[in-house]
Every structure is written in structure tokens, then in C-alpha cells.
Write a protein that binds this ligand. Structure first.
Ligand code: ATP
Length: 345
């Protein structure tokens, strides 16, 4: 078992610290998503893992072996980047065969392996086609097949699906995940798409400003976000200021929630839309007005205003909801809010 270990990994570009003393252990055989907004340092961190970029400080290890100084082509990693970097003048087969030829494999071995890889990515029989004759999704698969050709120790994907349309992207997320499970290769995926991370990852690493805010199973990050930023980034949430009062908490909207103990005088609550309960007017602690209803077919999203606060609530498909302008009451499912100190961000 060889985990990938990052120990104080840092990258500075002049005055910019792109990656700031990141410590991470990525267990053998798992799929980890690096998730965060644009500019948070995901790609820079990935490039240091790949060996495309040297850290300004810190160490990258595979198990006990330090690989920080090993050049990219000697690491034995498979990589797929957003650009795919396929050779447009070579056929599909020659693209996939490329890393095998570099290794000096025999012609027979290469042909068999190319066939096997095309089966693996569900593109059998297209060896002879030109890259330009393939759709975006098919090119994606060829890039994945090429990256897997030499059975990599580590599989690195940087925004691999971002060029695909939404439907194909979702299908490929599931496929990639199943493929990774089948092969058992330790895999790191960079994405800014939280749904992609939730779909694929054993562990999500949420980054901001070059730092890791949280690493955990996706559902744990969703249910127990480490900061309000994480709560807001992974899924939808309602962030509401609250103040401690006898026997409960007073929300910024003026509503009083009994039995909600705050750790400090003031706090920030994160309340997921599915934890907001809609009640007839006057029957719950929070008075609100319906501003907008989005019926997605599979679920209903209700956008509300409670005093100064805007609140979003989710209901199951087909739920009856008051019309725009309708007055309702809101409750919060007991135990649901994540509570942060008011100064947390
Ligand atoms: P995106 O999702 O937009 O690709 P990211 O999370 O991958 O963003 P990085 O590309 O790693 O972020 O960039 C992190 C920070 O480092 C940014 O502020 C970026 O401007 C800076 N940066 C990245 N590469 C360089 C470079 N070669 N020279 C100078 N600054 C850089």
C-alpha cells in the first residue's frame, strides 16, 4: 500500500502564494477530488504532484519514497488535462500506443494493449480513425485510454470533463468512477464542479487561497462543513446571522429559534434547503414570503424572503407550494443547522 503524501507543499510565484503549506495523505486506491473556486491553487498543486512544477517548499512522497525531485516522465503517472493534448496528426491507435512505443514494447504487445484499452473506455474498433473524426466525448475517452496505457501508479486528471456538455459530463463522471474502481488506481481529479466531486470522490479536498479547508467523504463535508465557505461551496445553503438569547437563538430576520444553543454571543448558521420546513402562515417561528418557485420536475426549489434574509427551501417532486407573493411560515429541522462563530468565513 503506497499512499501519496504531501508534506508542507508550497508554491510561490513572486509575491503570490499559489499553494500554501499543504499537508495531505491520499490513501492507495482512492479517488480524491481537489475542489475549489478559480485561482485557489488546485492546478498548481496537481502540477507539483505530477512533477510539472517544482515546489518552493515541502515534499511529495509515494509511501516512504520522496519523489519531489524526480522528473515527470520518470514518475510513471498517467495524466489527462483539459486540453487533452492528443496528437491530431496521429490515429487513435497511434495516440494510445505512443507511451507504449516510448517504452519499447513489441508491435504485438502494443496492438493487443490498444485493443484492450479501447474496450476499457468503450470505444472498440476505432484504432484507425483520425482524432479529428471523433466527438469531444470520444476524444476524452482516447485521452483516458492513453493515460492508462502503461498502468500508471497514479492517475491525475485536471478538469478532464469541463469541455463536455452537461449530460455527457454527468455520464462520463459515473463511467470514470466505475473504471477507477475496477482498476483500483489511486486517482486525483481537479474540478471546480461540486456535483462532479460529489459523484466521483471517495474524499473531497476543498481548497481556498492555496490552503486546504477540509478533506473528508463528500457527504461528511456536506453535512459537517468546516467553515461557512465550505458549506456554501458544496451544495446550496442558507447562511444566516444569529444572536444568543435566553433559551435559544434570535435570527437576523427577527425570528426566534428555541433550543438552538450557540457557542458564542453571535454566530453564523448554515441551514441546508432540505432542512427548511414550510408551514402554513402563523404555524412556524419564521414569517416569510414566497418570492419565486422553480419547479425542476424532480424537486421544487422555493425562494423566500424573511425580513432581510433570503432563504431557499427544497421540496420533493410534486409538492404543493404557496404561489409567488404567498405568506408562509418556516421552521428549521431540529439539529440541522451547522453553527459557526460569527467571524468565520
Ligand atoms: P482555475 O480553476 O481557474 O484553473 P486553480 O484553482 O487551478 O484555478 P491555479 O491555476 O493553481 O488555480 O492558480 C493559483 C494562483 O496562482 C492564482 O492566483 C494564479 O494566478 C497563480 N499562478 C498560477 N500559475 C502561475 C504562474 N505560472 N505564474 C504566476 N502566478 C501563477
Amino acid at each position: 500500500m503506497t499512499a501519496l503524501v504531501l508534506d508542507g507543499v508550497t508554491k510561490r510565484y513572486g509575491a503570490t502564494t499559489a499553494v500554501d503549506a499543504v499537508d495531505l495523505t491520499i490513501p492507495d486506491g482512492t479517488l480524491v477530488c481537489l475542489l475549489g473556486p478559480s485561482g485557489c491553487g488546485k492546478t498548481t498543486l496537481m502540477r507539483m504532484i505530477a512533477g510539472l512544477e517544482a515546489p518552493s517548499a515541502g515534499e511529495v512522497r509515494m509511501g516512504s519514497e520522496t519523489i519531489t525531485g524526480i522528473p515527470v516522465h520518470k514518475r510513471g503517472f498517467g495524466m489527462v488535462f483539459q486540453s487533452l493534448a492528443l496528437f491530431p496528426h496521429l490515429s487513435v491507435g497511434d495516440n494510445i500506443a505512443y507511451p507504449l512505443r516510448l517504452r519499447g514494447e513489441s508491435r504485438g504487445t502494443i496492438e493487443a494493449r490498444v485493443r484492450e484499452l479501447l474496450d476499457l473506455v468503450q470505444l472498440p474498433g476505432v484504432e484507425g480513425r483520425a482524432i479529428t473524426q471523433l466527438s469531444g466525448g470520444q476524444r476524452q475517452r482516447v485521452a483516458i485510454a492513453r493515460a492508462l496505457a502503461v498502468a500508471p501508479r497514479l492517475f491525475l486528471l485536471d478538469e478532464p470533463l469541463s469541455a463536455l456538455d452537461a449530460k455527457l459530463r454527468e455520464a462520463m463522471q459515473v463511467e470514470l468512477r466505475l473504471l477507477q474502481e475496477r482498476l483500483g488506481i489511486t486517482t486525483i481529479v481537479v474540478t471546480h464542479d461540486q456535483r462532479e466531486a460529489m459523484t466521483m470522490a471517495d474524499q473531497v479536498v476543498v481548497m481556498r487561497g492555496g490552503r486546504v479547508l477540509q478533506m473528508d467523504r463528500p457527504i461528511e463535508v456536506y453535512r459537517r462543513p468546516a467553515t461557512p465557505f465550505v458549506a456554501d461551496f458544496l451544495g446550496q445553503t442558507n447562511l444566516i446571522q444569529a444572536r444568543r438569547e435566553d433559551g435559544g437563538a434570535r435570527l437576523a430576520s427577527g425570528a426566534f429559534l428555541p433550543d438552538l444553543a450557540l457557542p458564542s454571543e453571535t454566530a453564523l448558521l448554515s441551514i441546508r434547503p432540505e432542512d427548511v420546513i414550510l408551514l402554513p402562515e402563523g404555524e412556524g417561528p419564521i414569517a416569510a414570503e414566497v418570492e419565486f418557485v422553480r419547479d425542476m420536475g424532480s424537486a421544487v426549489e422555493i425562494y423566500l424572503r424573511a425580513g432581510e434574509a433570503r432563504i431557499v427551501a427544497h421540496r420533493e417532486a410534486g409538492a404543493a407550494v404557496a404561489p409567488t407573493g404567498g405568506r408562509v411560515s418556516l421552521g428549521i429541522r431540529p439539529g440541522a443547522p451547522s453553527v459557526f462563530p460569527a467571524e468565520a468565513a
